[in-house]
Design a protein around this ligand. Structure first.
Ligand code: FRU
Length: 511
């Protein structure tokens, strides 16, 4: 049954991993993904590259591990891998919470806020005033600026810069339009399922241009709009992508994100596809409010980071003393496929600098022998990258059970007849904290060749699967028990596998 060829040899782990800093070494603590040292986080905010540093701001409650007192937390990185968490950047003040938004580099001092020749950082965020008595909540758009590379921030005394006197009007994404030489804002009207566009010469005065939507999926509220231009693989052409979060109304229940591919002239976004077409950024349950970096050097591919979570159960995750974490950074492009132009996401290549040599597939042996070899040399941790290729032969289903021990496992497989990739976390360990957590999700994956090729990032409490060279991604949280480090390939009927497993070292090592 489980015979046939599997290509594999071993290489010894090179270099002992350093010691993990105790404040980042609790059960389930991601080792190569960002999570705050303590307390609650949701959406990434204001991702920006400035003066050689990547800035990750994030929705943060400085006072606890539940949503509340929303402020912008802050972490800085020089390599997009190692993050240094800094003090809160923009705190809640006078009862006004600091909701999601973006940061731009104002290189020409259009705002008048900048005191240095290289310009300054300007954050554009939603100010959220909770309801009180008979007064409903209010959401407005606001500015804060920093002249010391994001270390300290001043709220603009003229705030708010946009006020429609609405309860739901949020999550501004601001960018510079080369085409029109103006700032552009994409901001959500959540209940109308619309993204509204504005332009501005100075970030302070905004003019409404057009609205996009409702199109595509229109469940729940539309949140966290994102607008970015991407290259088309193998050509000099580009297209614009408009990404929108839905909560609830995501493909797999709860929160999830869709995208539109089209043209944008600085004022209007025109969808290349029929308004009814639904395209999803991720087929898992746990990638939301993803944001791209502003200010990246032109030579670098656009990079996106999402909140690795779902509003269905975010408040119940069994992690402590933090709650919430980010996806691994993903490099983005667009690809022309038989179905049309689609978003491509790949793990940021820098991950290779964290990978250690562990186990590699280079020569032949059968599937049982590989599984045996994997058992004989178990990984010492739960943070690794697994890349494998299964020649399906006449297998109806094939895949891998991972994070396995004593009957618990996470299953990643391919159903040949349904032409679907699936992830099943119903037996992945701790799942009972929410009825919405146990799940088997799937993604359409017609295979052109007779093989399944997957790239999987596993980091203690998460699995990110990249299929068809980044056309399909599935992000899923899992909470395995501490000894669950088994990896086992399976195929019902024959299948041939080649695989490589590499430990990924912790970014939280004692310095
Ligand atoms: C999305 C979201 C945003 C809002 C933020 C508040 O997850 O609801 O729309 O700005 O979270 O924390």
């Amino acid at each position: 049954m489980l015979t046939r060829l599997l290509l594999i040899t071993f290489a010894v782990l090179l270099g002992a991993p350093g010691q993990i800093a105790p404040e980042y070494d609790q059960p389930y603590r991601p080792q190569f993904h960002f999570s705050p040292r303590e307390n609650w986080t949701n959406d990434p905010n204001g991702l920006v590259f400035f003066s050689g540093e990547y800035h990750l701001f994030f929705q943060y409650n400085p006072f606890g591990d539940e949503w509340g007192h929303m402020s912008w937390g802050h972490a800085v990185s020089r390599d997009l891998l190692h993050w240094d968490q800094r003090p809160v950047a923009i705190p809640e003040q006078d009862g006004i919470m600091i909701f999601t938004g973006s940061t731009v580099v104002d290189a020409r001092n259009s705002s008048g806020f900048c005191t240095k020749p290289e310009g300054c950082m300007v954050a554009v965020y939603t100010g959220h005033t909770p309801p009180e008595g008979s007064r409903p909540a209010l959401q407005t758009q606001n500015l804060a600026f920093s002249n010391d590379r994001g270390r300290t921030w001043t709220k603009y005394p003229g705030n708010p810069v946009l006020n429609l006197h609405m309860t739901d009007f949020r999550d501004p994404k601001v960018l510079w339009s080369e085409e029109t030489g103006e700032w552009v804002m994409a901001v959500s009207l959540p209940n109308e399922h619309k993204v509204r566009f504005y332009t501005s010469p100075d970030l302070k005065h905004w003019t409404h241009t057009t609205d996009f939507g409702p199109e595509g999926a229109t469940g729940g509220q539309w949140e966290c709009p994102e607008l970015f231009q991407l290259p088309l693989e193998g050509s000099t052409e580009t297209r614009w992508v408009l990404k929108v979060g839905l909560n609830p109304g995501g493909l797999q229940g709860g929160s999830g994100e869709q995208y539109f591919v089209g043209r944008f002239n600085g004022r209007r976004f025109v969808n290349d596809n029929p308004a009814t077409l639904q395209l999803w950024t991720d087929y898992g349950k746990d990638c939301y409010c993803a944001l791209t970096f502003n200010g990246l050097p032109r030579t670098q591919s656009p990079v996106m980071i999402g909140w690795m979570d779902n509003w269905q159960y975010a408040a119940k995750l069994p992690t402590r003393p933090w709650r919430g974490q980010m996806t691994f950074p993903r490099s983005l492009s667009l690809r022309k496929t038989a179905d049309g132009i689609r978003l491509i996401q790949q793990p940021y290549q820098g991950i290779e600098r964290l990978q250690q040599k562990r186990l590699e597939a280079t020569s032949g042996s059968d599937l049982d022998a590989v599984n045996q070899a994997l058992r004989a040399q178990p990984l010492s941790g739960h943070s690794f990258r697994l890349r494998f290729e299964i020649q399906l032969g006449d297998a109806r289903e094939a895949g891998v059970r991972m994070l396995a021990n004593h009957g618990s496992f996470t299953l990643i497989g391919y159903d040949r007849e349904a032409k679907k990739l699936f992830i099943d976390r119903r037996h992945s360990g701790v799942t009972g904290f929410s009825g919405d957590f146990p799940a088997r999700i799937d993604a359409p994956l017609p295979l052109t060749a007779d093989k399944l090729v997957l790239d999987v990032l596993v980091d203690r409490n998460s699995v990110e699967v990249f299929a068809d060279n980044g056309r399909i991604t599935c992000t899923m949280l899992v909470f395995p028990s501490s000894g669950a480090n088994g990896i086992e390939f399976y195929a019902n009927r024959t299948g041939r596998v080649s695989a490589s497993v590499r430990s990924v070292e912790s970014i939280w090592q004692v310095k």
